[in-house]
Design a protein around this ligand. Structure first.
Ligand code: PLP
Length: 482
C-alpha cells in the first residue's frame, strides 16, 4: 500500500505549491500550520458520515448550526436569517439563483411562460452565467468601466418586472471592486426584486476590513449572501455558506419529494449524498479561530495589500486596476505612459514564473456597449504572504524590468489561420477532433503549471466566444482522458 501513496506523492510533485503564498490564486494559506492539522483531524473524524441525512447523523446538523450561526453573526444577520452549508461558491451561487427564480415564478404567475432575467455587473463571477444557463434565466450583464467598476444607476436602470435576481459582489473577483450594494439593494427592495450579495471571495475578510460602507445583512434589501469557507475561511475545498433572509426564502431552495419508490428525499443543496468532511474541517477552524482569529488574519491581508499597492506605484508602466477592497487586486499596464514603458500584465505573469511566483492572467472583456474591461493579472492576497512580501515585491519589480515595453501578445497570425479554416466571427464552432487539432496548431496542446500563457490569453480574448469556449473545453477534457 505504501507504494500507492508514494506514487501519489510523486504525482503531487508536479502540482503548483499549495502553501507558502507563491501561488496567488486558487489556494488560501493562513500561514498557521495548526489550522491545517486541526482541519485534517476533524475531516477524518467525519469521513464516514453521509451529509444526506442529518436525522441519522445529528452531528452534521450540530456542526451546520454552529457554522451558520458564526457566519450569520459575522454578516450581521438577525434571527430571521437562516441558511445552508454547501459544497462551494458555485453551489451557493446556483442555489441563490434557483431560489430567486422560484420565488419570482410564484409571485408572477402572469409571466408563467416567460424567462426571467438575472442582472449583474459584467464582473460578477461566472457561476452566475452558469446558474442562468442551468435554471433557464437570461443573464443580463451590466457594462462596467475599463477598471471593472459598475455604476449603481446603470444596474438600477435594468431592474424591471421580469428581473428575478440582481447580484452584486463584495468584492468582485476580477478586480476586487466592492459593488454599490446599498444603492442597488434599496432599489431592488423597492421593486420587490431579490438581491444577492456574492461574498464568496471576501465574505470571511470584509467583516474585519476597516472603513467599509455597509454591505451585508445590515442593508435591508439584501435577501441572500454567499461566503466561502474554503477560501478565506481557510478550510479545505468543498465548503461554503449560503444565508437567506427569511425561512420562506430558504425553504424555496430545497428539493423535497415523496414521489418515488425509495426513501423520502429532502435536499437543501444540489447534491444527494455528500461528504461531511469539509463541513467538519470548517466547523473546527471556525471554533478555533473565532472572530478574533479572522480579525488577525485579515490584518495580515490588509498589510500585504497596502505593501503590494505601494510597491506597484513605484514600478513604472504597471498599475493597480481600479480601487480594490479586500483580498484581491488586479494589475494592468499603465496607459498614462508611452507604450514602450508599459508593463503588460500577462507578460509579467509569465516572467514571474521564473522567479517562483504565480499570478493569474485574466483576458480583457469587450462588453455589450463596446467598452473593454482591461486584461489584467489577478492576485489573491493571503495572510501567509506577509512572511515574504518583500521577496514578492522584489520579484514583481525584476519581472516588470524584464518585460517592460513588450506589449500584449499578438495572436494575429493564429487568428487569420483560424478564420481561413472557417472559425471566425459568426463561423463554425469546432467539434472535439477539430478543436484538438486547432489547439495543437496554436501550440496549446498541453498546459503545464509553468507554461507561458500570454499568447493563449490573447487568443482567448480575440476568438469568437463559442470557439474559445470549445477550445478550452477540449483542453480540459483531454487532460483527463485515459
Ligand atoms: C466572487 C466569487 N463568487 C463565486 C466564486 C465561485 O466559487 P467556487 O470556485 O468555490 O465555486 C468565486 C471563486 O473564486 C468568487 O471569487
Amino acid at each position: 500500500m505504501s507504494d500507492i501513496l508514494e506514487r501519489l506523492r510523486r504525482m503531487r510533485e508536479g502540482d503548483a505549491p499549495t502553501h507558502g503564498g507563491r501561488v496567488l490564486s486558487y489556494v488560501y494559506d493562513s500561514g498557521l500550520d495548526e489550522i491545517d492539522d486541526l482541519a485534517d483531524a476533524a475531516a477524518r473524524l467525519a469521513r464516514p458520515l453521509n451529509g444526506l441525512d442529518p436525522t441519522v447523523f445529528p452531528s452534521i446538523a450540530a456542526m451546520e448550526r454552529d457554522v451558520i450561526g458564526f457566519t450569520r453573526r459575522m454578516l450581521h444577520g438577525g434571527r430571521s436569517v437562516v441558511g445552508t452549508v454547501t459544497s462551494g461558491g458555485t453551489e451557493s451561487c446556483l442555489l441563490a439563483v434557483k431560489t430567486a427564480r422560484d420565488l419570482w415564478r410564484s409571485s408572477h404567475p402572469e409571466h408563467a411562460s416567460r424567462r426571467p432575467r438575472l442582472v449583474a455587473p459584467a464582473t460578477a463571477h461566472a457561476a452566475f452565467i452558469k446558474a442562468a444557463q442551468l435554471f433557464d434565466l437570461d443573464f443580463d450583464p451590466v457594462p462596467c468601466s475599463p477598471d471593472g467598476v459598475v455604476s449603481a444607476s446603470d444596474v438600477i436602470e435594468r431592474l424591471g418586472e421580469d428581473v428575478a435576481l440582481v447580484v452584486v459582489s463584495a468584492p468582485s473577483y476580477p478586480t476586487g471592486a466592492l459593488d454599490p450594494i446599498a444603492e442597488v439593494a434599496a432599489a431592488a427592495s423597492a421593486r420587490g426584486i431579490s438581491c444577492h450579495v456574492d461574498s464568496c471571495f471576501g465574505g470571511f475578510v470584509l467583516p474585519w476590513w476597516p472603513d467599509l460602507p455597509s454591505w451585508d445583512f445590515r442593508v435591508r434589501g439584501v435577501t441572500s449572501i454567499s461566503a466561502d469557507l474554503h477560501k478565506f475561511g481557510y478550510a479545505p475545498k468543498g465548503v461554503s455558506v449560503l444565508l437567506q433572509r427569511g425561512r420562506r426564502r430558504h425553504r424555496a431552495q430545497f428539493f423535497a419529494t415523496t414521489g418515488w419508490a425509495g426513501y423520502p428525499v429532502v435536499n437543501p443543496t444540489l447534491l444527494g449524498s455528500r461528504s461531511a468532511s469539509p463541513l467538519a474541517a470548517a466547523w473546527a477552524i471556525t471554533q478555533h479561530l473565532g472572530s478574533d482569529g479572522y480579525a488577525r488574519l485579515t490584518g495580515s491581508i490588509h498589510r500585504v495589500a497596502s505593501a503590494v499597492a505601494a510597491a506597484v506605484e513605484g514600478i513604472p508602466g504597471l498599475r493597480v486596476i481600479g480601487d480594490p477592497t479586500g483580498p484581491a487586486i488586479a494589475l494592468g499596464a499603465d496607459p498614462s505612459v508611452p507604450e514602450e514603458k508599459r508593463v503588460d500584465p500577462h507578460r509579467l505573469a509569465d516572467a514571474l514564473v521564473a522567479h517562483g511566483w504565480k499570478i493569474q492572467p485574466q483576458p480583457g472583456l469587450v462588453q455589450s456597449d463596446g467598452v473593454r474591461i482591461s486584461h489584467s493579472a489577478h492576485l489573491t492576497l493571503t495572510p501567509v504572504l506577509e512572511q515574504r512580501v518583500g521577496e514578492f515585491i522584489g520579484a514583481l519589480a525584476a519581472s516588470a524590468d524584464e518585460v517592460r515595453g513588450q506589449g500584449q501578445a499578438d495572436p494575429r497570425m493564429l487568428l487569420a489561420a483560424l478564420r481561413a479554416l472557417g472559425y471566425g466571427e459568426g463561423g463554425r464552432v469546432p467539434g472535439p477532433a477539430a478543436a484538438w487539432r486547432l489547439l495543437r496548431l496554436a501550440g496549446a496542446g498541453s498546459v503545464s503549471a509553468d507554461q507561458p500563457m500570454s499568447m493563449l490569453m490573447a487568443l482567448i480574448e480575440q476568438l469568437p466566444r463559442p470557439v474559445a469556449e470549445a477550445l478550452l473545453t477540449e483542453l480540459l477534457a483531454r487532460m483527463s482522458e485515459p
